[in-house]
Design a protein around this ligand. Structure first.
Ligand code: NDP
Ligand code: OXD
Length: 308
């Protein structure tokens, strides 16, 4: 029995050590040393090239190193075996920190004070009460729900929008296409936690941005494909959107000439809002490997029809 590991951004060694300690009879192979593809049964992967997984004829499951599986689902040759994703695995806490930081950054006028500091300008701005600064979360799944609850605990009114209705303490829920306009109209900071699917690609476009109140902020730690970048730039340039904090982009790494880098109202982070770490996430992979070996269903199975 063997597992093959593929990632260009994760060190395989902590994964090898954790898995070897718990499942000693599982051989751990790392791309490109994959040995005989016919005796690979499991693949633990982040963004393998399209077609790469199809070379293993006896694959029993694909385990994603990430929470989002959009890149895997785009592979037309993706084998028809169970596909699992990371469910929290330490990322909920990190995402909640990222979202809370972004909300506090914009609510407490930090971009404007940074500008003032560059020109030695001492100019207190009018404070805004947290109760008047509603935060809207698109996506109330594993990560969005945790972030929404931390922000609610900080005293902000919190709204949440999801595909199906959700009831979370401290979060006013909206659902589906019919709930979107009312959700946007009251949102001062929009935080995106949607998965990238056929239904959500390009969702943050000129029309959606126009539905936010003038002076709203956008925070995107989900996927670059959710944002129509030229529409966001136009909304920032017109002042309709006052600022954005962006962790993910249509093209990653973000090209050096991209206008987001130097835009005065944009904060760029390099896809680090939540990072899968073996110390927190290996136990989930091991649990799934043991379940699969016992013939049980793994946790975090992706619904390929829904795309997440
Ligand atoms: P989940 O699958 O747990 O949650 C997804 C949420 O989005 C659910 O509430 C779901 O609704 C909602 N949703 C899905 N489709 C629609 C739709 N068409 N309309 C409205 N709501 C919709 O995902 P996670 O919380 O685990 O992860 C969210 C995303 O975060 C990942 O897919 C990934 O892209 C991104 N991510 C980014 C990282 C980074 O470092 N930048 C790190 C980790 C993840 P419902 O509840 O009704 O199903
Ligand atoms: C993920 C990511 O989906 O890191 O886990 O983007």
């Amino acid at each position: 029995m063997s597992l093959v590991f593929y990632s260009r951004s994760d060190d395989p060694e902590p994964w090898r050590a954790a898995i070897a300690a718990a499942v000693p009879d599982l051989e751990f192979r790392v791309d490109p040393d994959i040995g005989n593809p016919a005796d690979v049964h499991y693949a633990l992967v982040w963004k393998p090239p399209q077609g790469w997984l199809a070379q293993f004829p006896n694959l029993r499951a694909i385990l994603s190193l990430g929470a989002g599986v959009d890149a895997l689902l785009e592979d037309p040759q993706l084998p028809h075996v169970p596909l699992t994703r990371m469910v929290d695995a330490g990322m909920g806490r990190q995402m909640a920190e990222y979202a809370a930081h972004a909300v506090l950054h914009f609510h407490r006028h930090m971009p404007r004070y940074a500008e003032h500091q560059r020109v030695a300008r001492w100019a207190p701005l009018e404070p805004v009460a947290a109760r008047d600064f509603a935060v809207g979360f698109m996506g109330l799944g594993v990560l969005g729900a945790q972030a929404a609850q931390l922000v609610a605990a900080l005293g902000y009114p919190v709204l949440g929008w999801s595909r199906t209705p959700k009831s979370l303490p401290g979060v006013e829920g909206f659902a589906g296409d019919r709930g979107l306009a009312a959700f946007l109209a009251r949102t001062r900071v929009l935080v995106n936690f949607l998965p990238l699917t056929d239904a959500t690609r390009g969702i943050i476009d000129a029309r959606l941005l126009a539905g936010l109140p003038r002076g709203a902020f956008v925070v995107n730690p989900a996927r670059g494909g959710h944002v129509v970048e030229r529409d966001l730039l136009a909304a920032l340039d017109s002042g309709h959107i006052a600022g954005a904090m962006l962790d993910v982009f249509e093209t990653e790494p973000l090209p050096a000439e991209h206008p987001f880098w130097k835009h005065p109202s944009v904060v760029v982070t390099p896809h680090v809002a939540a990072v899968t770490q073996a110390a927190d996430a290996a136990s989930q992979v091991i649990d799934n490997l043991l379940r699969l070996e016992r013939g049980e269903a793994p946790v975090g199975v992706v619904d390929r029809g829904a795309g997440y």
